[in-house]
Design a protein around this ligand. Structure first.
Ligand SMILES: C[S@@+](CC[C@H](N)C(=O)[O-])C[C@H]1O[C@@H](n2cnc3c(N)ncnc32)[C@H](O)[C@@H]1O
Length: 299
């Protein structure tokens, strides 16, 4: 009965993983099962253990089990660190947006695609409140001499899509940039679709390689959940974020870790505050949403 032993090993490991990582037990079990099935060495060890009627406790002390448990956990860890969990749904949404008859099919697929990006999925359960908070912040960035607010969203992911999804107009002229090709392809498909009124543009762009690809001044730059990422991966490039062509910046960090079930709120708040202090910004207003801590900053 190696299958029965594997089932018990998988379910115990999945419960342990789900207690510590941001994944449901069933999803963890499916990934662990796949990893173990793909290992002939593990399967051989299991056959032997079953033949010897070794208790599960003893199998868990076996080197082969420990090696594959570690590999399964590492696979889950890396999966949880990805922003996009399902490329297929991105391609399907792009195809649908390019089809002028998308109609009622658009809403369910937008729901799926927004859930499949970690940064937007974290906002879905409190979307209305989150967008209200942003609407009021952006209102404070309005320039009286301009008819429309000019917004630059840097490291945008697919955040701009939350507005049409929630049936709200984009809050002004909205330009978005990110290095994630597929996210930008999706935003460009939205920008070119009948669903968009033409005030939106998206462009692929890697921080540090060239200036932001839109040549104008903005009332506000959005750096949502981006400064802590850049601080961790390429701190030398923070100065480029500070020099974006905008009078005001909305800068946020995450309240919760992408991977572990832990709060990272104070660390992320500190990183954003240090960014403001290092580059001489004035903090106009601190704010928070269900999943973010942030500050409205002014030059
Ligand atoms: C945590 S996500 C936030 C996405 C979006 N701002 C939101 O709040 O939904 C961070 C984003 O920054 C982008 N990013 C990270 N480093 C970047 C870089 N060096 N150049 C351009 N984009 C970058 C990633 O591709 C990702 O989309």
């Amino acid at each position: 009965m190696p299958e029965k032993i594997q089932q018990q090993l998988v379910s115990e490991l999945a419960e342990d993983v789900a207690r510590r990582y941001t994944i449901e037990t069933d999803d963890a079990a499916a990934l662990i099962d796949e990893t173990l099935n793909a290992s002939p060495v593990f399967q051989q060890m299991l056959q032997q253990a079953a033949a010897q009627e070794a208790p599960v406790k003893q199998i868990k002390r076996n080197k082969t089990y420990k090696k594959w448990a570690k590999e399964a956990k590492s696979r889950i860890y890396h999966q949880l660190r990805r922003y996009r969990t399902d490329d297929k749904i991105f391609h399907e949404t792009i195809n649908l947006l390019q089809n002028s008859n998308a109609g009622d099919a658009l809403e369910p697929i937008l729901t799926e695609v927004l859930h499949s990006h970690r940064s937007t999925s974290e906002r879905m359960s409190s979307l209305r409140e989150t967008l209200d908070t942003y609407a009021s912040l952006l209102d404070d960035c309005r320039n009286e001499n301009q008819e429309k607010l000019r917004i630059l969203d840097v490291g945008c992911g697919i955040f701009p899509l939350l507005f049409p999804y929630a049936e709200r107009p984009l809050p002004g002229i909205y330009h978005a940039a990110d290095r994630d090709k597929l996210a930008i392809a999706l935003l460009q498909a939205y920008g070119a679709s009948a669903a968009c009124d033409g005030s939106f543009q998206a462009s692929e762009w890697e921080l540090g390689e060239r200036p932001v690809p839109f040549s104008q001044e903005y009332d506000v730059a959005l750096l949502l959940k981006v400064v802590p990422v850049v601080r961790r991966l390429s701190p030398d490039l923070l100065s480029e974020l500070a020099e974006l062509p905008a009078r005001k910046l909305v800068v946020t960090g995450c309240k919760y870790s992408m991977v572990r079930r832990t709060s990272i709120e104070s660390r992320e708040r500190r990183v954003v505050q240090e960014f403001a202090a290092e580059f001489g910004f004035t903090v106009v207003a601190p704010f928070e949403t269900a999943d973010e801590v942030g500050f409205l900053l002014e030059r």
